[in-house]
Design a protein. Structure first.
Length: 604
């Protein structure tokens, strides 16, 4: 057994990361420290100065681990990686750690391309972004390709010229100048590339002025066809600029402007991405686990987690207020960017005005998000309160788990678990179980097996519901007793029309009024777990039937099997087909068709 006091005495006085675990060995908190000895000991000293969140966490700590690092910066990076890996219950968590698209101009190639990417490499190419709106990126790329005839293929141009390759369709439909033919002037090609990079750099006005001068030159010299080309390009570029709707900022640097709105249990961080002095996009981020955390902790957690997952780090972060670990985060971002990054907290002037605009947007988004969540929560909260009162329970039903068993004639028995958190479906918590120890169609023993396996993984529910009656309840009650767990347990039983009728436990039976809100709530849970169970069983059954029915036929390999399933859809349709139907599939002759039908008719 882990002796916390003994392990506290041997903690090293060095930087590192500590990992708190509960009695089920689940990671519940990850933190970093300049001195592991001093930081970790603080949790287990007098709790009078601890926040409620910390007090709650400490009560659940059964053991801890630590990893020493050479510096606080290494500890910070490791902390971010472990939080992303484990998503601990008591850490502030960023819900959305997605990466954003960039537009890449491959100027490192002899004939560059313009493509979308989510990775920034040190390959000599030019990158523009990030863009929070993927549609805007796609629209911009499409516009560029309509205006400029650049190649989109990734072939080796020099090799293609040496081998005398024929140009592709894009060349013939005038979507590419065809550098692979060897007949394209590279200087003219690079002129197009330079115009594109100028445009993507935010200097659209300069580019359009230059094009306007060229259009006028050709027009004055009666070269109307050339003048018309520039006229069309200018029109198309103006359309793209209008769609982007970017706003001027009084500098030409790359900056992210960050502000936060928060309530007691919710936080929204909004980021405006400024590239080359223009706002290229904005994004809202919702954070979890903020209850009991100060604003500086929440904001610091966001900045660490968000920028650890980003390919590109701007030169400057403009933040609403100071935050936890500001200096070490600055060092981390500078190291990742490769040049100095500054983090500023403006108190006045243009940057402060920009911060206030971002904060206003964050407030508005949190209000909308909160109202929507509140309506959903209130709708479910009423049913939870009613269910709690009906079952005579003392604690809130924050987590409800429902279970079902499915099999067909004792074959492929499986179990499923659905989870409701605060009365709402929590699909990321759903689980599926293959029955391992029970032979035949024994629903009681199967239900007991999956609950026994489930109880070993912690984060236990406030209420367990079973799709079944007293038999299932009795089997699972034994498992709970054997594991020393006292969790409210009820079965959801049905009437003779297979509709939800009521709840039953080992002592009593409650018939529900089918016009009540609690009835609809329980019935929806029973239907959800049943459908989840049936869908899982069907997928396993179809997979097994497909494998056993077709894979044992001599002459039917993966390609023919795929072709058969694509044409007929399932095994029964193949079995009921005719020889001439099978022969229509490439590679299947009359002899093989007869063999397939003969084999399938033996399979029941």
């Amino acid at each position: 057994m882990f002796d916390i006091k003994a392990h506290l005495k041997i903690l090293p006085d060095s930087p590192g990361v500590y990992i708190m675990k509960d009695k089920y060995d689940n990671v519940i908190y990850v933190g970093k420290a300049v001195s592991l000895k001093n930081r970790v000991r603080q949790y287990f000293q007098s709790s009078k100065n601890h926040a409620d969140k910390v007090k709650s966490m400490v009560k659940n700590i059964s053991s801890f681990e630590y990893i020493m690092t050479d510096s606080e910066l290494e500890a910070l990076i490791l902390e971010c990686n472990l939080i992303k890996k484990y998503k601990p219950k008591y850490n502030v968590l960023l819900r959305d750690d997605k990466t954003y698209p960039y537009i890449k101009v491959t100027v490192n190639e002899s004939y560059p391309r313009v493509i979308k990417t989510r990775r920034i490499l040190k390959d000599g190419a030019k990158y523009f972004g990030p863009y929070s709106n993927v549609s805007a990126v796609n629209d911009t790329l499409e516009a560029i390709r309509n205006i400029y005839q650049l190649r989109t293929c990734n072939i080796d141009i020099d090799k293609a010229i040496r081998q005398g390759n024929r140009p592709c369709l894009n060349y013939h439909i005038k979507r590419c100048t065809g550098p692979c033919t060897g007949r394209v002037d590279r200087a003219e090609y690079m002129d197009m590339v330079n115009e594109i990079t100028l445009f993507l750099s935010g200097k659209q006005e300069n580019l359009i002025d230059t094009m306007t001068q060229r259009m006028k030159y050709y027009s004055d010299n009666l070269m109307f066809e050339e003048a018309a080309k520039f006229r069309d390009k200018i029109s198309s570029l103006n359309d793209v600029i209008e769609k982007q709707k970017i706003s001027n900022v009084q500098n030409n640097s790359d900056q992210d402007v960050i502000a936060m709105a928060n309530t007691e249990d919710e936080a929204c961080v909004q980021v405006f991405f400024i590239r080359n002095g223009k706002i290229s996009g904005r994004e809202n981020f919702m954070l979890e686990g903020v209850q009991g955390s100060d604003r500086e902790v929440i904001l610091g957690s966001f900045i660490k987690q968000f920028y650890m997952s980003q390919e590109y780090i701007p030169k400057e972060l403009i933040v609403e207020e100071s935050f936890m670990d500001l200096e070490i985060v600055t060092e981390m971002l500078s190291s990742k960017r490769g040049t100095n990054v500054s983090i500023r907290v403006p108190q006045k002037g243009e940057k402060r005005a920009l911060i206030l605009m971002v904060r206003k947007n964050a407030d508005e988004y949190l209000t909308k998000f909160g109202d929507l969540k509140k309506r959903k929560y209130e709708k479910s909260l009423g049913a939870l309160e009613e269910l709690k009162e009906l079952l005579g329970l003392d604690s809130m039903l924050n987590r409800i788990e429902a279970y079902d068993i499915s099999n067909i004639q004792g074959v492929d028995s499986i179990g499923t678990m659905v989870v409701y958190t605060n009365g709402l479906k929590d699909k990321k918590e759903y689980r599926r179980f293959k029955i391992k120890t029970v032979e035949g169609a024994d629903d009681y023993a199967s239900m007991a097996e999956i609950l026994d396996r489930r109880l070993k993984h912690g984060n236990l529910p406030d209420l367990i519901l079973l799709d079944g009656g007293k038999g299932q309840v009795s089997a699972v009650k034994k498992v709970l007793d054997e594991n020393g767990e006292d969790i409210p347990l009820w079965g959801m039983y049905k009437d003779n029309r297979h509709r939800t009728k009521g709840l039953v436990n080992s002592e009593m039976e409650i018939e529900l009024d089918n016009t009540s809100g609690i009835y609809r709530f329980v019935a929806s849970i029973q239907e959800e777990v049943h459908n989840y169970s049936v869908s899982y069983h069907r997928s396993l059954r179809d997979k097994k039937m497909t494998k056993s029915a077709l894979d044992d036929i001599s002459g039917v390999g993966p390609k023919k099997k795929k072709a058969l399933m694509e044409k007929f859809g399932d095994i029964d349709s193949i079995k009921n087909s005719k020889v001439e139907d099978l022969v229509s599939i490439k590679g299947i002759n009359e002899e093989l068709a007869k063999s397939i039908l003969k084999h399938l008719k033996k399979v029941r």
